[in-house]
Design a protein around this ligand. Structure first.
Ligand SMILES: [Zn+2]
Length: 126
């Protein structure tokens, strides 16, 4: 399914000559570069909101790092890192490209698992 947040009008066709004008520039052209025909109104950019990183993604990463630092407490941090990271990834998936931070969340989840495993190993070694 294509994301609904992709720029809706990447190109505009000139009404007179049909020349396809790219809108992917800092300054969207107002006139056709081929024939000088005034182009339609500038494409609305509102459907493309700023991409924001999910807070949970960063939290998950931080918890994941904590999970590595302090066994056996790290196991607890690891558990939280996984829970927060999974939640963040769910949020990102549901947002269809509006939210970022999937890499952070994934890293947090992985570190969380490592923390849990090393905590188990630590406790087993006692
Ligand atoms: Zn034209």
């Amino acid at each position: 399914m294509p994301s609904p947040w992709i720029h809706p009008t990447e190109r505009r066709a000139c009404a007179r000559c049909g020349f396809s004008v790219s809108n992917r520039r800092a300054l969207v052209p107002r006139f056709c570069p081929e024939c000088g025909q005034r182009l339609g109104p500038e494409p609305a950019k509102y459907p493309l909101p700023p991409r924001r990183r999910v807070d949970g993604a960063v939290s998950s990463l931080i918890l994941g790092i904590f999970a590595l630092c302090a066994p056996p407490l790290g196991g607890l941090f690891g558990l939280f890192a996984i829970m927060v990271g999974v939640g963040a990834r769910k949020e990102i998936r549901a947002a269809h490209g509006r939210l970022t931070g999937g890499g952070f969340a994934m890293t947090g989840i992985c570190l969380g698992f490592v923390g849990i495993i090393s905590s188990i190993g630590f406790c087993g070694g006692l």
